[in-house]
Design a protein around this ligand. Structure first.
Ligand code: SF4
Length: 138
């Protein structure tokens, strides 16, 4: 059954976007990936409205004390195996906010991150390449 799920995940990964505390530029680039110019739906990559339907989480922004419990809750609700893809330098290593009193560290301190896509914000091509890289790890 697990093999069947991994096969399906590779063929058509459904992703859920988690914006923790981003400035929204990374979020806009994720939306860009879904526009007709890049049109990732032709590859079966679909943005879903619930983590319960997702195969992968696209996380953006820094994790702070307020967002950490919510992000962990979203991760718990996502069926496993689930890919975690850190989009943007904030998600990869907290960027310029790393010394803030409210920041609780990068995602990989709290979640198993599969792929890091640095950039402020990363280009849509980099986001697509990151998702493909994450799928190749399965
Ligand atoms: S990486 Fe840059 S663009 Fe993305 S959320 Fe952080 S500050 Fe904004």
């Amino acid at each position: 059954m697990k093999d069947l799920r991994v096969w399906g995940l590779k063929k058509s990964p459904w992703v859920f976007h988690v914006a923790a505390a981003s400035c929204n530029n990374c979020d806009i680039e994720i939306l860009d990936v879904l526009t007709p110019r890049f049109d990732v739906e032709r590859f079966g990559i679909v943005l879903v409205g619930s983590p319960r339907h997702a195969d992968a989480l696209l996380v953006t922004g820094v994790l702070n004390r307020k967002s950490l419990p919510r992000v962990l809750r979203v991760y718990e609700q996502t069926p496993k195996p689930c890919l975690v893809i850190a989009v943007g330098t904030c998600a990869c290593d907290c960027h310029m906010f790393k010394d803030s009193y409210n920041v609780v560290g990068p995602y990989d301190r709290h979640l198993p991150v599969d792929v890091y896509i640095p950039g402020c914000p990363p280009k849509p091509e980099a986001i697509i390449a990151g998702v493909v890289k994450a799928l190749s790890k399965l």
